[in-house]
Structures are given as structure tokens and as C-alpha cells.
Design a protein around this ligand. Structure first.
Ligand SMILES: COc1nc(N)nc2c1ncn2[C@H]1C[C@H](O)[C@@H](COP(=O)(O)OP(=O)(O)OP(=O)(O)O)O1
Length: 169
């Protein structure tokens, strides 16, 4: 399935290069997902999944697990790759983000200087507190859909978007 704005895309994705590589992790247990109230870094003040920048020499999966440990003091288990996000931004480096979902964890979700844990019903995601792109893929992903999303932002407003589901990673 494809969702695309009517506008012509202002970005040539064939030649686009991200300024940052990052990850997101969503731990789903039953009908709830473990989100964070992000305390610092890009998107501070928003609700998101744990995640962050990929360190040199680190794989995206290693990064997603490390960032979840650092931000919430838990180790995600049963992790699978669900998607990739491509963000062309106006006011920060462009981002290529790898997205993972886990079906369990070890440890106790704990607040850290980086994040406050927030268990949320999958049926009641707080999109008004999240990056706007999340409306177009997060619910579907939590229901098991793999995806690829490309978004062009002007500050926090989406100018253009394309999301494909059923992508094999
Ligand atoms: C632009 O739209 C975005 N949507 C979503 N859902 N998530 C986004 C968006 N832009 C960035 N993100 C995510 C990707 C990463 O998980 C973080 C950004 O990384 P962060 O700044 O938190 O990286 P850290 O390595 O943790 O930073 P420190 O240098 O503070 O340690 O946001």
C-alpha cells in the first residue's frame, strides 16, 4: 500500500545521503507498547520509542539494543527488523532510521536522564505528542506490518510523504 501527498517530491531520493544514522525500538507486550518521554537530544519533549544515533562500527541492531538499555535499563528480546525511515529535514541533519520491534524484555523499565518510560495501549497511541510521521506507520507496524517510509519535513510539518508496507528486510 502506498500513501503519498499530491505534491511533487522536493527531494531526489536517488542521490540523497543522510547526515545521521539512527534507530528506534518498540517493545510490544500484549496490547501495550513501551514508549519514552524523551528528555534530551533530537525530539526532546516528544513521545517516541527508545533509540538514537548509530555509533561507528556498530550495527543498527546493536545500536537499537544499546540505546534501549541506556535509556530504559531494559534489554529487548525477540527483536525483529520492521522498517526503515528516511527523513529529509529543514533544520537538522537528514536521518536514516532503522526500526525494530521486540516482543519482550529483561529488566525493569526505569527512568533515566534520557527518557521516562511510558506504557501505552496500542489502540490509544499519543500521536499528538509524537513526531507527525508516526501517524503513517507506527500503528500498522505494531500490528506486524513491515514498511519503508520517506518523509520531507519543513521544521515539524510534513511537506511530502511516501509509505510502503509489506517490505522485506
Ligand atoms: C523526523 O521525524 C522523526 N520521527 C520519529 N519517529 N523519530 C525520529 C524522528 N527524527 C528523529 N527521530 C528519532 C531517531 C532516534 O531514535 C532519535 C534521535 O537520536 P538522539 O538524538 O536521541 O540520539 P542519541 O544518540 O540518543 O543522542 P545523544 O547525543 O543525546 O546521546 O530520534
Amino acid at each position: 500500500m502506498v500513501a503519498m501527498s499530491e505534491a511533487t517530491c522536493p527531494v531526489n531520493w536517488e542521490t540523497w545521503e543522510p547526515g545521521m544514522r539512527a534507530t528506534l525500538m518498540f517493545i510490544r507486550v500484549g496490547d501495550e507498547v513501551l514508549l519514552i518521554e524523551k528528555q534530551r537530544g533530537i525530539g526532546a519533549g516528544k513521545v517516541n520509542g527508545p533509540g538514537g544515533k548509530i555509533d561507528p562500527g556498530e550495527t543498527p541492531l546493536e545500536c537499537a539494543i544499546r540505546e534501549t538499555q541506556e535509556e530504559l535499563c531494559v534489554t529487548a528480546t525477540g527483536v525483529r527488523k520492521m522498517g526503515e525511515l528516511f527523513f529529509a529535514m529543514s533544520d537538522m541533519p537528514d536521518i536514516h532510521c532503522h526500526v525494530y520491534m521486540a516482543d519482550g524484555y529483561e529488566g525493569t523499565p526505569t527512568a533515566t536522564p534520557e527518557a521516562i518510560p511510558l506504557w501505552t495501549k496500542v489502540s490509544d497511541l499519543p500521536f499528538e505528542r509524537m513526531w507527525d510521521d508516526d501517524r503513517y506507520w507506527l500503528g500498522e507496524m505494531l500490528d506486524g506490518e513491515t514498511f519503508c517510509g520517506k518523509f520531507v519535513f519543513d521544521e515539524e510539518t510534513i511537506l511530502w510523504r511516501e509509505v510502503n508496507f509489506g517490505v522485506t528486510w
